[in-house]
Structure formats: C-alpha cells, structure tokens
Write a protein that binds this ligand. Sequence first.
Ligand code: DGL
Length: 291
Amino acid sequence: MSQTELDNRRPIGVFDSGLGGLTVVRELRKRLPDEAIVYLGDTARVPYGTRSASTVIRYARGCAQLLVDRGIKCLVIACNTASAVALEILQAELDVPVIGVVGPGARAAVGAATDMQSQSPRPVRIGVLGTISTISSQAYPRAVSLVSTRHEVTGQPAPLLVPLVEEGWLDGDVPRLAVREYLQRLLAEDVGVIVLGCTHYPLLKQLIREEAEQLAAHPVQIVDSAQATAIAVAELLADKGLGAANATATLQLLVTDLPGSFAQSASRFLGEQVDAAEQVDITPSEATVKV
Ligand code: DGL
C-alpha cells in the first residue's frame, strides 16, 4: 500500500460537548461508509451551550488536541456551540483541515431559501434554533451573510430541547409544547426555513416539522446541519485527496466521563447499537491554552 493510501486510512476526528454529536457521526457513516472515525464526547463538561465563549474555546482546544494526538486526518467540530465560537481559532492553530457544522448548515439554509424564493412574493427569512451560546454568538447570521445577503436570519435559543432529548423525551405533550413555544416565536417573524442548529435537535425533527406545519400559514423547510456537514466533509476529503477507499470503517468512541446511561443515549443519537467507549482525560496542558 502506498504512503498516501496509508495516510488516507487515518481516522476522521469528531468532537462534541457530549453524545449529541453522534447525530453528525450517523450522517457521516451514511455518506462515507469507508471512513474510520474517532469520536470524542466531552461528557464530563457537557453542556457547552450555556457557557461563555472563552470557556467553550478552552474546552474545544483540549478536545481538538487530544484527537490530533490520536493521528486524525481532519477534524469535524460536531458541536454547534463550539463551531460557533472556536472554528476559526482551531483552523488557524491546527495542521489538519477543520470543519464545523455552522457553515454547512448556513449554506444549506440559503439553498433551501433560494429554492422557496421562486414561489414567494416576499424575501424568505431563515430561522435558527440553537443553544443560548450559539444564538448569542451570531455565528449563523454571519455564515449566511457570507453566502447571500438576500435572506434575513432570526435566531431563537431553545435551551429546553437539549435536556428533553437527553432524557429520551422525543414525542408526547412535553416536548411538543416546548417545541411549539419556540417555533411560535420564530414563526411570528415569518421564517420560511428553519435550521436545526444544535446536535440534539435532529432527534426532534419529525415533531418540529409537524408543529411548524400546524403553526405556519405558509410552507416551512427544515434544514438539518448534521446532514449538511456530512456532505461538506465528503467534499473536503475529495478536494484534498484524503478519501479512504475500501478501508474498514471503524468507529472508536472516547468520552471524558462515562454516564450510567451511556449505551442507551449513544445508541439513540447514533441510530446503531453502541456497547463500549474508552474513558479519556483531557489533561490540563491540553486544555490550558491562553484564549
Ligand atoms: N452540542 C451542543 C450544540 O450542538 C448542544 C449540547 C450542549 O449545550 O453542550 O450546540
């Protein structure tokens, strides 16, 4: 086997604040079935979505360094919050290509809004559901404006949805009411496209779609940034000649704490049975880098 083929068999590194980023891994495994993946869930420090940008940047640096030390060929920041505040920093600091979920999600949203525009007399607005940190960072409006200035962006923090999904409350009255409350605020702004800007929300996609259809007086498109990211990673590997053809696709799971419900939660996000994970420490030298 040539050196390039060997290099290309290195895994894709993926990290998230916890297990929610496995929704991105699920899409990566569908789109890139030959690729090995090493996933790090920072389960000891989840959630990131309520923390300050400087703390999330410090955590993201620690996660990224641990994966780089494991010999990854590229890094995917599966966490929307970490992508929103730490992408450019990690891109500047690391020697491997780094991709986040916000850019691909924003591009997919502009694509959907542009498609809808032909049937709408008014400009189609884009709504983003995300954590408090993601929405307050304004990362999605910035990423949308890099692609198009035709579509205004409205952000809606939806913090209750993360614990609901963590608890496995994916349908029934409680998640439905929470989703309705958040959607009412977005739809009052007349959005036509809604971006699921958080790792956990794809598990509520069906419920969000149903509620949006009930509440909106016009058609609403739901954009999943996990799916958009898998497409972007496939393009990145093709562009850089980094694809691993016919390799054995392995998935290695690393966590910074092993929650009791690990196997059940991880399987729910990944959509496959998960049995074991390796517990790792993010050492202070990896995590303590000046912001
Ligand atoms: N992974 C986070 C995100 O996508 C959600 C969970 C958290 O707050 O850490 O923004």
